[in-house]
Design a protein around this ligand. Structure first.
Ligand code: 5AD
Ligand code: SF4
Length: 446
């Protein structure tokens, strides 16, 4: 038995990809371990989205190098930094054995074997003609109660700040039959919730065997028929692709959870245009209103960038106005980071770091207040919680509300995979405290 350690950076797509890499290596006798010490192979599954994320890879490689020198641990760099920097990684860290981009994971066994034979590093950052999905094994058991499933990859939107169209390549949708097969395998392996993943997941446009095209709404309705699949989620969406059918799916498909991650980036029309987002602030607010009309309890999350080149104080205020107008349950926010090869990195009027810092602080304070308020409003209610795994304290289980809030409650491990009505007792900084109401039989078995 050989030991494999995978360290994952960045988005949920990378989390999914790391699990798939472990799957392709399993037949070669690699078993996952939690720490790099003592591992035969360490894979860093990297993120290139902002400079800070990309730089982490090189400091981590520096830390791993002594393991390689002492034990011969093989080092691989996968993911978007590998795709973007390729050979440059080997120039900076020549002791790396394998460099492979996100479209080449199915070739991992071959690359590892090649590097093991000696004769230098193995590199594969092609966008192969064949799809990696046709060569990766069907996901097995052990992906947990809440599993990820990639249905779409890549992006053709070319937002001017973003590296994704370059690292993940052109937009590609998997066939619905393959997705349904994987979803059934995940449910058979214990999943009760599946999050459909894609860089532009609501741009999904798969073709079924008859050649008919099917959007995300239709796919969700099809997956909702799978017995044992209690919950469906999807991320990340683009406002431009939020079509009427997907909005309608929120009204007519109970398994589709009332939570949408819908990045807006900015609330100022000039900035949205300079970002090449393809919509205005008013259009975003209109989509939010239609989603809420379809599903009144729908909660929203978003991504924001402060300090995009040329962003004025007034434009930043417009972003705060949009946040106030929507009311987000949670959000991610970032200082603009100029990325090599992207159009925005070449723009004049880059915003000084201190201004970005100040704006980020104000934006995050507002978002945090909205999140705290959203969580506080849950206190006292009885909500369906899908329990996923044991909590930190003995006798405790952790689960999620439909609105993606973490809940912990005193329950036996047999609660894993069950949706139980739970009374929310208190809202903490990162999770809610819950208890099963007396009338629920689950309590008696606790
Ligand atoms: N600088 C800062 N944030 C960025 N994002 C993408 N590219 C950049 C960048 N160059 C953010 C966006 C996107 C999220 C995944 O990362 O908000 O939605
Ligand atoms: Fe990047 Fe824009 Fe594509 Fe999202 S839609 S992955 S931000 S280019």
């Amino acid at each position: 038995m050989k030991k494999l350690h995978i360290k994952t950076y960045g988005c949920q797509m990378n989390v999914y990809d790391s699990a798939r890499m472990a799957d392709v290596l399993a037949p070669l006798g690699y078993a996952p371990v939690d720490a790099p010490e003592g591992a035969d192979l360490v894979i860093l599954n990297t993120c290139h989205i902002r400079e800070k994320a990309a730089e982490k890879v090189f400091s981590e490689l520096g830390r791993l190098r002594p393991l390689k020198d002492a034990n011969g641990t093989m080092l691989a760099v996968a993911g978007c930094v590998a795709q973007a920097e390729g050979e440059a990684i080997l120039a900076r860290a020549p002791y790396v054995d394998v460099v492979l981009g996100p479209q080449a994971y199915h070739r991992l066994p071959e690359l590892v074997a090649r590097a093991a034979r000696g004769g230098g590093a193995a590199l594969d950052t092609d966008f192969p003609v064949e799809s990696k999905f046709d060569h990766l094994p069907v996901p097995g058991a052990g992906q947990g109660v809440s599993a990820f499933l990639t249905i779409q990859e890549g992006c053709d939107k070319f937002c001017t700040f973003c590296v994704v169209p370059y690292t993940r390549g052109a937009e590609f949708s998997r066939p619905p039959a393959d997705i349904e097969r994987d979803a059934r395998a995940l449910v058979a392996g214990g999943a009760a919730e599946i999050t459909l993943l894609g860089q532009n997941v609501n741009a999904y446009h798969g073709r079924d065997a008859g050649g008919a095209e099917l959007g995300l709404g239709a796919l969700v309705r099809r997956l909702a028929k799978i017995d044992g699949l209690a919950r469906i989620r999807y991320t990340t969406s683009h406002p431009r692709d939020m079509d009427d059918d997907m909005i309608a799916a929120h009204a007519d498909t109970p398994a589709l959870m009332p939570f949408v991650h819908l990045p807006v980036q900015s609330g100022a029309n000039r900035v949205l245009e300079a970002m090449n987002r393809g919509h205005t602030a008013a259009r975003y607010l209109d989509i939010v209103a239609r989603l809420r009309a379809a599903r009144p309890d729908l909660a929203l999350s978003s991504d924001f960038i402060v300090g995009f080149p040329g962003e004025t104080d007034a434009e930043f205020e417009a972003t705060l106005d949009l946040i106030r107008a929507v009311g987000f349950a949670q959000a991610f926010s970032f200082k603009y980071s100029p990325r090599p090869g992207t159009p925005a990195s070449l723009l004049d009027r880059q915003v000084p770091e201190a201004v970005k810092d100040a704006r980020l602080q104000r934006l995050q304070a507002l978002l945090k207040a909205q999140q705290d308020d959203f969580n506080a409003r849950a206190v006292g209610a009885v909500v369906p919680v899908l329990y996923e795994r044991a909590g930190r304290n003995p006798g405790q289980m952790v689960g999620k509300t439909p609105w993606l809030q973490a809940v912990h409650a005193a329950l036996p491990e047999t609660a894993a995979g069950k949706v139980l009505p739970t009374r929310i007792l208190a809202a903490g900084a990162n999770s809610l405290a819950g208890a099963i109401p007396d009338s629920n039989p689950e309590r008696l078995s606790a």
